[in-house]
Design a protein around this ligand. Structure first.
Ligand SMILES: [Mg+2]
Length: 127
């Protein structure tokens, strides 16, 4: 499903970065990883991915700030926010800056995979 698409995983937990990198590489995506918002912004500057899986809580720069900056740089990038229970207020702010989807941790990777698939399918419809 991911052939030709670029996906960026942003999470401060190494285990999650590895898990998602392996999963989406198997699906044919070209996957990049970043450990915090600042790293993510640097990667986006050198090439905008089709989909970003963005953790909310991270050191240095959280997912909310990073999403806001990235969406100002490029409105077309699809960001899926990975939130934890109790981050409702931050999630509301994320929606205000243009984040359209979120998944609550701990999540089922199949659900996340299908969410990415659906996001890409909508992109096709929008042209
Ligand atoms: Mg985190």
């Amino acid at each position: 499903m991911g052939m030709g698409y670029r996906l960026l995983v942003v999470d401060d937990q190494k285990g999650i970065r590895r898990l998602l990198q392996e999963l989406f590489q198997r699906e044919g995506f070209e996957v990049e990883v970043a450990a915090d918002g600042m790293e993510a912004i640097e990667l986006v500057k050198s090439g905008v991915p089709d989909v970003i899986l963005m953790d909310m809580k991270m050191p240095r720069m959280n997912g909310l700030e990073a999403s806001e900056t990235i969406l100002k740089m490029n409105q077309d990038v699809a960001i899926i926010m990975m939130t934890a229970y109790g981050e409702i207020e931050m999630m509301k702010k994320a929606v205000e800056v243009g984040v359209k989807k979120y998944i609550t941790k701990p999540f089922d990777i199949i659900v996340l995979r299908d969410m990415v698939k659906e996001t890409l399918a909508r992109g096709f419809q929008a042209g």
